[in-house]
Design a protein around this ligand. Structure first.
Ligand code: GLA
Length: 387
């Protein structure tokens, strides 16, 4: 799907050329899961899959939103008034772009309306941040058109606010920052406390490896309860330990901290995941920086076990991908994203990819699961203007 196609779609709908066309990618997270709302570390990279927006400004307060593919699509543009946008008023896909306009206006930016036409190749509900791509592409377009001068991380914060308050999903800051700030050929080491960023070169092909994404096609949703429950449990853990966020529990003091949590068994498991996961991110960063890329495989698998056993957000399909891939020669594998379905990632030698893919597909068939979608993830560019 190219810029020209989306531009043509815009012209067909609104009868004029758009002022510009922008793209924002989905992401996979290499390591650092459910750490972002604990002020911890994450390490996503951008996918080649993008949401593309053709956009023009309006000055009459009207916001028109259209897509033929996102969220099932809409026949005609949805028409909203920017001064009537209200949190949790919309349960459709249009809540994401509308929420961005709301968040920008709430922050004092004079966004006076827009015509928007969107198309996307980011699989929805697959844990690959289709929502963040949708938010970020609209935020970037409006930032450029209304000359707001906001940086990528600032747009990410506004998009997170749109998702948290307007859509009503209590997610962290990782996905929006990944979509806004990732760089081609790199993974983004992000400190979610202050949004300090470091781009880590991540070119697996040059080293004879591949990273596969296996979309289990088990749909997940973050506005339902389980994600929020984990988040609340983590906040309870931080409160019981007397820290601002679980990020403040040093790995070296984990056992002592767990001891202080006494018989709060569930909170203990959540705390153990978050604190060990932050340490895994740091370990992966130092392995990559020292050129020991293959050694990150077992760290990924460790992360999966922690999400499965301590955080308890895996599912049989995700576990089957990880177990089968590892039994078929993968260097490591884990679920990625929020959990309860969605996708897993598999790190493998290039030469082992066909056998691993076949083994996973056969295991799914044997288990009676829906055929998974398997594709290679190449670290791609973050959000950008196309034309
Ligand atoms: C979802 C959320 C992110 C993050 C991940 C889990 O993708 O949107 O903020 O919490 O889950 O790491």
């Amino acid at each position: 799907m190219g810029a020209q196609q989306v531009r043509d779609g815009f012209v067909g709908l609104y009868g004029a050329e758009p002022e510009g066309v922008w793209a924002a990618p989905g992401r996979v997270n290499l390591i650092g899961e459910h750490t972002d709302y604990n002020d911890g570390f994450v390490m996503p990279f951008a996918l080649p899959h993008v949401t593309v927006a053709a956009v023009s400004r309006r000055t009459d307060g009207l916001l028109r939103l259209h897509s033929a593919d996102i969220g099932g699509g809409t026949a005609a543009p949805v028409e909203l008034r920017v001064d009537e946008l209200a949190p949790e008023s919309d349960r459709d896909w249009t809540a994401y772009p509308a929420g961005v306009v709301w968040a920008l206006r709430e922050a004092g930016h004079a966004v006076t309306g827009a015509d928007v036409h969107l198309a996307s190749t980011v699989p929805a509900g697959a844990g690959l941040s289709s929502s963040a791509a949708l938010e970020v592409v609209v935020a970037l377009a409006l930032n450029d058109l209304f000359e707001l001068g906001l940086r990528g991380w600032q747009l990410a914060r506004l998009c997170q606010r749109a998702e948290n308050v307007y859509v009503g999903a209590p997610t962290g800051i990782m996905d929006q920052t990944a979509s806004a700030c990732c760089a081609e050929g790199h993974a983004l080491f992000l400190d979610t406390r202050d949004l300090a960023q470091k781009q880590i070169p991540f070119d697996l092909a040059a080293e004879g490896m591949r990273l596969l994404v296996v979309d289990t096609r088990v749909k997940h949703a973050h506005s339902d309860g389980e994600y929020g429950k984990r988040r609340a449990g983590c906040e309870k853990g931080a409160a019981l330990l007397g820290v601002d966020a679980l990020r403040d529990v040093p790995y070296a003091e984990l056992d002592a901290a767990l001891g202080r949590l006494g018989d709060e068994e569930e909170v203990r498991r959540l705390v153990r995941h978050v604190v060990t996961e932050d340490e895994r991110v740091e370990r992966v960063v130092s392995l990559l920086e020292s050129g020991d890329t293959r050694a990150i495989g077992p760290v990924l698998t460790e992360g999966h076990l922690s999400l499965r056993d301590d955080f308890r957000i895996s599912c049989p399909e995700l576990d089957l991908v990880v177990d089968t891939a590892n039994a078929s020669g993968a260097l490591g594998a884990r679920m990625t994203g929020g959990g309860f379905g969605g996708s897993a990632i598999v790190l493998a030698e290039e030469t082992d990819v066909p056998a691993i893919t076949k083994a996973v597909e056969e295991a799914f068939a044997t288990a009676g699961f829906t055929t998974p979608r398997v594709f290679e993830a190449v670290p791609s560019a973050g959000a950008r203007r196309l034309t």
